[in-house]
Design a binder for this molecule. Structure first.
Ligand SMILES: Nc1ncnc2c1ncn2[C@@H]1O[C@H](COP(=O)(O)OP(=O)(O)OP(=O)(O)O)[C@@H](O)[C@H]1O
Ligand code: SF4
Ligand SMILES: [Mg+2]
Length: 394
């Protein structure tokens, strides 16, 4: 059951110090992960998802540093802990599953020893017990023949099995929060489905909270309870997954949804025009404004704060500013069919491919409900997926 906040991140800012000064890769980010829920963190490449994850674990390396914010986990601000205290949190209370299993596992140690080491370091098993526990954990993540696989080196395992080993390591100490950073990106689609199923099962069995980082909205639709959408280091929209898929409130979220392969025959794939801005050269005002089909006068004045949008969403977008007479009605228009102020005051676009605002993303003529009205089934992935995942190894 979903409960109280387990982790509350408040105005987290992580910068990289460069010759031109500090550049914010995570900029004033606030969100919470509640007990027992899966929060999906989604955004394009470079939007700051992994730096957010590393910040939560306090693993950001120079020239990066956490410049501001609070990260309250179980009533303690992780930023005030000593490194020694933080080591007790890492792995034992918060575990991180990395994007790339081959780099996350040490190639020169047997996988059983690597799982065992996690248990020993956190005092969860003696050396004598560690091997038996590692075998149990490999069995729990559905690795066949765990008694023999426990002695394998990472290169002897398939990509999917390596990801299972990483999940076993993450779950070894029964943490309350697992951060999974693109846990399926490196895998083919059938294995992706199996790993997502495994994560869901483990989460339910162990009553975990999960922060699931991905660029794949299909994964979010299937797995998450709530979603936070990230763009250029900021969280631009939050809300329950169902609401966000049904009625995305931020033009960037609409763009992401619109760029998902739809699966309807003949349906044109739409892409978000332009590209993610460089963090050290953000446009004035809303960082999305050079790509935004709904841009209007206030958008270049200052970065928008969070505005409530609908019953349970927030959006960093002036479309939802009640002070603006252009504020949209409760049921938002179809993507890009903004009934807002004329866009005559557009600034010069900053992207290489500017915006003739005949956006492929968001046609300006009214159109029927967006095809993303419901969470997209996993069958909408680029590579075809069968409705029923391939036979499991259970
Ligand atoms: N070591 C570093 N030095 C300087 N800047 C960095 C470093 N690591 C990350 N950044 C900056 O932080 C930004 C966010 O990076 P991050 O890895 O968090 O993106 P991401 O959303 O996880 O992308 P992806 O989907 O590709 O994994 C990058 O655009 C980059 O500019
Ligand atoms: S604030 Fe303006 S530019 Fe930014 S997303 Fe909203 S409408 Fe678009
Ligand atoms: Mg990343």
């Amino acid at each position: 059951m979903i409960g109280e906040p387990l982790l509350s991140v408040d105005r987290l800012t992580t910068v990289f110090d460069t010759a031109r000064g500090p550049v914010s890769a995570v900029d004033d980010v606030s969100f919470e992960v509640r007990a027992g829920e899966t929060l999906g963190l989604v955004g394009e490449s470079g939007s700051g998802k992994s730096v957010t994850a590393l910040s939560l674990m306090r693993l950001v390396q120079p020239p990066g540093r956490i410049a501001a914010g609070r990260m309250i986990f179980k009533q303690r601000d992780l930023l005030t802990l000593t490194e020694r205290e933080m080591q007790k949190v890492r792995g034992a209370e918060i575990a991180l599953i990395f994007q790339e299993p081959m780099t996350a596992l040490n190639p020169v140690f047997r996988v059983g020893d690597q799982i065992g080491e996690t248990l020993i370091v956190h005092g969860r098993a003696t050396r004598r017990e560690a091997r038996a526990r590692a075998i149990e954990l490999l069995r729990a993540v559905r690795i066949t023949d765990p008694e023999s696989r426990v002695d394998d080196y990472p290169h002897q395992l398939s990509g999917g099995m390596r990801q299972r080993v990483l999940i076993a390591m993450a779950l070894a100490c029964q943490p309350s929060l697992v951060i999974a950073d693109e846990p399926t990106t490196a895998l083919d689609v059938t294995i992706q489905a199996e790993i997502l199923d495994l994560l869901r099962e483990m989460k339910a069995a162990l009553n975990l909270s999960l922060l699931l980082i991905t660029h794949d909205l299909g994964v979010i639709a299937e797995t998450a309870d709530r979603v936070a959408v990230m763009y250029a280091g900021r969280i631009v929209e939050t809300g329950p997954v169902r609401e966000i898929f049904r009625n995305p409130r931020h033009p960037y979220t609409r763009g992401l949804l619109g760029s998902m392969p739809g699966g309807r025959p003949g349906q044109r794939l739409r892409a978000i025009e332009g590209s993610v801005p460089l963090l050290d050269d953000l446009p004035p005002g809303c960082a999305f404004n050079p790509r935004c089909p709904d841009r209007f006068a206030p958008c270049t004045t200052a970065p928008p704060p969070d505005f409530p949008a609908g019953a349970s969403q927030t959006a960093k977008c002036y479309l939802h500013d009640p002070a603006s007479h252009q504020a949209p009605s409760a049921t938002h228009a179809a993507p890009g069919t903004s009934h807002l102020a004329p866009r005559t005051s557009h600034p010069a676009p900053r992207t290489a491919e500017p915006a003739p605002r005949t956006s492929r993303l968001a046609p300006r003529t009214p159109e029927p409900a967006p095809r993303t009205a419901e969470p997209a089934p996993r069958t909408s992935h680029p590579a075809p997926r069968t409705p029923e995942p391939a036979p499991r190894t259970r």
